[in-house]
Design a protein around this ligand. Structure first.
Ligand code: NDP
Length: 476
């Protein structure tokens, strides 16, 4: 038998009956075991994520099948056959923690690679682009996805008001309302790093890189009607599908691929390669095989390992870096900031977030600091004469040429928001186009007509067929 104890390890003699003054009397305040139990219940939740609150996750590995060491010195890609342990957290974006899984929404696809050079987090989505290109608009966009401040209801009007005023959102909304905007499960989506990142090789050359994870399970989607039936029966359909598949040893897999652009190609490319609302065409920058990502172990404790898992694009390793993508820079600040608030200052000391290599720094104290006491007490400043950890210039990235004047540049000028949505639209077969029209029309229910007209004018700029299809579905 394992002895039940208090948090201080004191054995508990009775876990059924409170300590009372007489058999029928009130509870004594000295019943610290009862008080500790209730106090812990009050603290069982950490604040849910403002976005991506509803998620599921699992552990697995990335196995390298192709040599890409010409582009990066990152140890994770150092040789064919190398395996790196990882954690993936999938999520929906807008819904709260109790929201149904089978909702039309972007899916988060966040990966934490536990490498021997520290954690590398690739915090992506199931879409290669995003709704906005500048983080200044991110809180506004998210407000349109969340609840209306007055009604506490989700608002189609807020969404379409914002999108119709932001033509850069056309690409992502075309994906969202296509068949792929409502995935059958997390196993049946692709993952994209979405942002442009950088690779640095052994010769200190920089390449720009995009990451892709293609599902080996195949893309599977649902119609709005199919999803409604599923939600009526099971709000946790994606969580259940992922958990059961892994328990049944039907391990889901994705093929990892990259696109590479040189620094000089980036200067001349027809689009800004750091614009998160644009893809790099596969024809211009073909996909290069890298390896296979497999998920093969469910967490033992959902709260500890998934709810408290904390991903950040700022977690990079030698050989992988950021890029001038404005959204990426903001996320590198915003994600760790969210975790410090949501989980606590030392969230990276929690087992799920802790790197597998030694962490050595001079950050002192702070809530829940449970690093090795002896190591920390030695010296907490740098430089010092006591053999404390030191920098190594070998890890410095090559310098990056920046040019131009500091200003707030209007990104709508000379920016083509229509060609890429058109290319996507043209890829769709008749059935997919019909679904797109129907899904858009359904989500415009209750939206004032002047907002709908403004959005239809944007579709006209993509293609007449697109605009006419939506008009017909709306009966306009
Ligand atoms: P390609 O024909 O080489 O690639 C088209 C891509 O579109 C494939 O990756 C395909 O994914 C994906 N796709 C097909 N249908 C949909 C859909 N309804 N929603 C989202 N993705 C879909 O063309 P290009 O590279 O020249 O790109 C053309 C358009 O394809 C782009 O404007 C973009 O919207 C879309 N796209 C491009 C991607 C890229 O990185 N270049 C990535 C994803 C989409 P799959 O192979 O898994 O079926």
């Amino acid at each position: 038998m394992r002895q039940l104890t208090t948090t201080a390890g004191n054995p508990i003699g009775d876990n059924q009956n409170s300590l009372t003054a007489g058999e029928r009397g009130p509870i004594l305040m000295q019943d610290y075991q009862l008080i500790e139990k209730l106090a812990h219940q009050n603290r069982e939740r950490v604040p849910e994520r403002v976005v991506h609150a509803k998620g599921s996750g699992a552990y697995g590995t990335l196995k390298i099948t192709h040599d890409i060491s010409a582009y990066t010195k990152a140890d994770i890609f150092s040789k064919v056959g190398k395996e790196t342990p990882l954690l993936v957290r999938f999520s929906t974006v807008a819904g709260e923690r109790g929201a149904a899984d089978a909702e039309r929404d972007v899916r988060g696809f966040a990966i934490k690679f536990y490498t021997k050079e520290g954690n590398w987090d690739l915090v992506g989505n199931n879409t290669p682009v995003f709704f906005v290109a500048d983080p200044y608009k991110f809180p506004d966009f998210i407000h349109t996805q969340k609840r209306d401040p007055r009604t506490n209801l989700r608002s189609n009007t807020a969404m379409w008001d914002f999108w119709s005023l932001m033509p850069e959102s056309l690409h992502q909304t075309t994906i969202l309302f296509s068949d792929r905007g409502l995935p059958k499960s997390f196993r049946h989506i692709n993952g994209y790093g979405s942002h442009t990142y950088s690779f640095i090789n052994k010769d200190n050359e920089r390449f720009w890189v995009k990451f892709h994870f293609k599902t080996q399970q195949g893309i599977k989607t649902m119609t709005n009607e199919e999803a409604q039936i599923i939600i009526g029966q099971d709000r946790e359909s994606s969580q259940r599908d992922l958990f059961d598949a892994i328990e049944d040893k039907n391990f889901p897999k994705w093929n990892m691929k990259i696109q590479i652009m040189t620094e000089s190609e980036a200067k001349d490319y027809k689009y800004n390669p750091f614009d998160l609302t644009k893809v790099w065409s596969h024809k211009d920058f073909p996909l290069i095989d890298v390896g296979i990502l497999e998920l093969n172990k469910n967490p033992n404790n959902y709260f500890n390992e998934i709810e408290q898992s904390a991903f950040s694009p700022s977690n990079t390793v030698p050989g992988i870096g950021l890029s001038p993508d404005k959204m990426l820079q903001a996320r590198a600040f915003s994600y760790p900031d969210a975790h410090r608030y949501r989980i606590g200052t030392h969230y990276e000391m929690l087992p799920v977030n802790r790197p597998i290599n030694e962490v050595a720094n001079y950050y002192a104290d702070g809530s829940m600091n449970f690093s090795d006491i002896e190591e920390k007490s030695a010296v907490n400043y740098e430089p010092n004469s006591f053999d404390g950890p030191q920098e190594n210039h070998l890890y410095n990235e090559p310098s990056l040429e920046i040019f131009g004047e500091a200003d707030r540049f209007d990104r709508t000028l000379n920016n083509d928001h229509y060609t890429q949505p058109r290319e996507l639209f043209n890829l769709m077969n008749k059935e997919q186009k019909n679904q797109l029209f129907k899904n858009i029309a359904a989500s415009m229910s209750g939206v004032p007509s002047y907002i709908i007209q403004r959005q239809l004018a944007l579709y006209e700029k993509v293609s007449a067929e697109y605009a006419n299809g939506v008009k017909a579905a709306l009966n306009v």
